[in-house]
Design a protein around this ligand. Structure first.
Ligand SMILES: *Cc1c(COP(=O)(O)O)cnc(C)c1O
Length: 449
């Protein structure tokens, strides 16, 4: 397993993160446990801030869907980034965290009237309008509240990024955005410009996630800038903002070679400046929306090993006390991860095993074929780079309670998300009177009489 951020081997020969012994974390907080490395999380924010904002005056808006809690909001605020939110629930989290709402970009391809009203009321900085239906609805609801909605329009640039089918978004056949090629985008711009309660500031696109080729971004920036020039020629409107979305890939396992944030920034900005020079239009303010590349490498999940099933000549299954409930990504899109035994980090790998979750699905496998030291029940397994889209996509399949999350920093470990309890699991169940047990019904009748 490759080490990230503050990962280290301590004097006891165990994996340490943020100066905390992970075996002790597992004992103290239980497993499965999400561990978030505060230094690395903040370092990743600063990398973006330095490369985009300090260097080019560009905006960095953290895509909260990758990982969002109240504490995460606080760190994002302190690091000077904005927030890209996609739902009423995410919006509510930011409001409750006291996040400066003018730094919020409100996304989503089917925002409900309630979500739009909440966003208007809380004063979000930008609505990222996805389609004509939303544009009309937003104009109407803004008028109702006597507000002007500040928007950018999400477009589909028609770019195929080299990534998994389910995390591509820039191609024409997508549920997101207004298509440039068939004229929908231009029509929406004209419509927006004619609206009384809408202020159109710029354009947005997002080509997908876990992208390694900077060329995809260059291509996208170039298509968007050409389109901006075309729009100016036809309407006289100038896009002052150009939001190029997120999606920069991260290292999960051997073979992944993500570009540096600095390279990503320099590449995009070079294309934009060049295109602006050619068209004679002012360079728009660029915005990027990284999610995974900020929180992904900062997260590690700790599990306790339980059942080990050896099928001689075929495979050894090592089962842990979590799985697709806390990390659905391998089951969803064959995501690959690395792991180690936190309590045997100095021991040589001697066996090839596959790591299984505990859900009733054969697809609930965290890692196929990984070399580990001799594995025994009770070992603490650490799976790295689980900060993005793990807790965010977690679920209660099999009624497993969701794990806790701790934030580690220089030897401190603070709970930022409590572990769910069995009471939480049944907390919203209701039993209609006719299903209440007969003896209890009789007792109720007796006590009422
Ligand atoms: C998901 C998403 C992002 C963030 O993607 P990452 O791969 O996590 O960086 C940014 N912008 C939009 C519109 C998205 O849908």
């Amino acid at each position: 397993m490759r080490f990230h951020g503050t990962m280290n081997i301590n004097r006891q020969g165990r994996l340490e993160i943020g100066g905390c012994d992970t075996v002790e974390l597992a004992q103290r907080f239980g497993t499965p446990l999400y561990v978030l490395d505060e230094r690395l999380f903040r370092q990743n924010c600063r990398d973006y801030y330095q490369s985009f904002t300090a260097e080019y005056g560009a905006g960095v808006v953290y895509a909260a869907k990758a990982l969002l809690t109240l504490s995460v909001c606080r760190m994002i605020e302190e690091e000077g980034l904005g927030l890209d939110l996609v739902s009423g629930g995410e919006l509510y989290t930011a409001v409750q965290a006291g996040f400066p709402m003018d730094r919020v970009y409100f996304h989503g391809n089917n925002k409900s009237p309630e979500e739009i009203r909440l966003a208007l009321k809380s004063g979000v900085g930008r609505f990222v309008v996805d389609n004509i239906y939303e544009l009309e609805l937003l104009d109407y609801l803004s008028g109702e509240s006597q507000l002007k909605a500040q928007i950018i329009l999400r477009l589909t640039p028609g770019i195929e990024a080299h990534t998994h089918e389910y995390i591509k978004t820039g191609q024409i056949d997508s549920k997101f955005g207004l298509v440039i090629e068939n004229g929908q985008a231009m029509a929406a711009i004209r419509r927006a410009l004619s609206m009384e309660n809408i202020v159109l500031n710029g354009l947005h696109c997002h080509i997908g996630s876990q992208i390694f080729e900077l060329d995809s971004y260059n291509h996208c920036a170039s298509v968007m800038m050409d389109f901006c020039a075309g729009v100016y020629n036809q309407t006289g409107w100038i896009a002052r903002e150009l939001d190029l979305g997120g999606g920069l890939g991260i290292y999960y396992s051997g073979g992944d070679r993500p570009p540096r944030v600095r390279e990503y920034a320099d590449n995009i900005m070079r294309v934009i400046d060049e295109k602006a020079r050619l068209s004679g239009l002012a360079t728009p303010r660029v915005i990027v929306e990284p999610g995974r590349s900020i929180c992904g490498p900062a997260g590690t999940t700790l599990y306790t090993v339980g059942a080990i099933k050896e099928i001689p000549g075929i495979r050894t299954y090592v089962a842990v006390d979590g799985g697709m409930g806390d990390n659905p990504r391998p089951a969803l899109y064959q995501a690959r991860y690395e792991a180690c035994l936190a309590n045997k980090i100095t021991q040589e790998p001697v066996q090839l095993v596959s790591v299984a979750g505990k859900c009733c699905e054969s697809g609930d496998m965290l890692i196929w074929d990984i070399k580990l030291p001799c594995v025994e029940a009770g070992d603490v397994m650490a799976v790295s780079c689980t900060g993005a889209y793990n807790y965010a996509m977690s679920m209660n399949y099999n009624r497993l309670p969701r794990p806790a999350m701790v934030l580690v920093y220089d030897g401190l470990a603070d709970l930022i998300l409590e572990r769910e309890t069995y009471e939480d699991i049944i907390g919203r169940d209701r039993v209609p009177e006719r299903l209440v047990k007969r003896d209890r019904q009789l007792k109720n009748i007796a006590s009422a009489g």
